[in-house]
Design a protein around this ligand. Structure first.
Ligand code: ATP
Length: 328
């Protein structure tokens, strides 16, 4: 293992996700294992620019593996999107004598890291921390499993009230560009229809399916709608559309919102975060850069940051069929 890296900086950036703390803990403790100093950088790229760093040791990350959010805080930094902002960040890092960066975040975070590396040759390693599961090079991003469980739990509760009143609920879940949460949580919660950004299943199909549900004697119906679903209608417009076309339905809307980002991470996310956090440090110590660590077929692998951002994570078509058949 190369020993030119003596100090590693770690930050959390973009939307927070459950398991970011577990990943941070893993990075800090792996640094300690290899006798490397680890600096936590507050508020993502904004703290990086401002030199808002703190030395972390194994005991400073006690009891955070179970905590949602991120103790380092996250932020969206417009300044880092400018060359001047990134120059300031580079100066601050040099002053603190930090040799490599570990970036826990989503595609925006990795894009920033890539620019930073191109301009200053600064080693950057990414850990995918986002609930959206929209990063190529890992079967799962940290926080996705927890978000799925949060959505399923919420929809189960909505189902209780929906069946008591024979109602149809439209439930909006996160996913502007990716339908992974909607599709998987929808199947898990037994949704009658799932609308996602990747596929336009058509409004007629939804109406047909709801009519069929009614005829077959269902006491409630749930339609899961990803924020960026392809019908072009938002969840309220969809509800109006169904009320106009199927007046026999008593329709309600529930927008789950930010609760999907919060909560204590599942065991799966904690283990994933621990594995990826350890590997990220080892990859940095090997002198590598511009890579993301991820889990592929239950093995920890690395992928070029650029590929991780640019290649699409495709929807599994088999799941669309499962959803259709299960909703009969
Ligand atoms: P999530 O998708 O889960 O919200 P993310 O990492 O994609 O996470 P963003 O807000 O898109 O979240 O990005 C986080 C930060 O990364 C931005 O606030 C900005 O500082 C930096 N960043 C994003 N895009 C760029 C870019 N094109 N150039 C430089 N920096 C960028």
């Amino acid at each position: 293992m190369g020993r030119s890296i003596k100090k590693i900086g770690v930050l959390t950036s973009g939307g927070d996700s459950p398991g970011m703390n577990a990943a941070l803990r893993a990075v800090v403790r792996t640094c300690s294992h290899y006798r490397i100093e680890c600096y936590g950088i507050y508020r993502g790229y904004q703290g990086l620019i401002e030199g808002d760093y703190v030395l972390l040791g194994p005991r400073t990350v006690n009891n955070i593996i179970n905590k949602g959010g991120t103790i380092l805080k996250s932020a969206r930094s417009e300044e880092f999107k400018t060359k001047e902002g990134r120059e300031k960040a580079y100066k601050a890092l040099k002053e603190a004598k930090i040799d490599a960066l570990i970036l826990i975040g989503g595609d925006g975070t990795f894009t920033g890291g890539m620019y930073f590396n191109k301009e200053f040759g600064f080693p950057c390693i990414g850990i995918p921390g986002t609930i959206d599961n929209d990063i190529f090079g890992t079967d799962f991003t940290i926080g996705y499993d927890t978000a799925l469980n949060t959505v399923v739990e919420a929809v189960d509760k909505i189902r209780d009230t929906a069946s008591s009143h024979n109602r149809l609920f439209f439930v909006e879940v996160m996913g502007r560009d990716a339908g992974h949460i909607a599709l998987n949580a929808g199947i898990g919660a037994g949704a009658e229809e799932i609308l996602i950004p990747e596929e336009d299943l058509g409004l007629d199909r939804m109406l047909e399916s709801l009519k069929r549900s009614k005829r077959s004697g269902k006491s409630s119906s749930i339609v899961i709608v990803a924020e960026g679903d392809k019908t072009g209608k938002n969840v309220f417009e969809l509800a109006d559309y169904v009320e106009e076309n199927l007046p026999e339905y008593d329709v309600r809307v529930s927008v789950l919102g930010h609760m999907q980002r919060g909560g204590s991470p599942t065991c799966f996310d904690r283990v994933l975060a621990s594995r990826l956090g350890m590997k990220a440090v080892e990859v940095a110590l090997d002198g590598k850069t511009n890579l993301m660590v991820g889990l592929i077929n239950n093995e920890v692998k690395t992928t070029d940051l650029e590929k991780a951002i640019k290649e699409n994570t495709k929807i599994n078509k088999e799941l669309l069929k499962v959803s259709e058949v299960m909703s009969l």
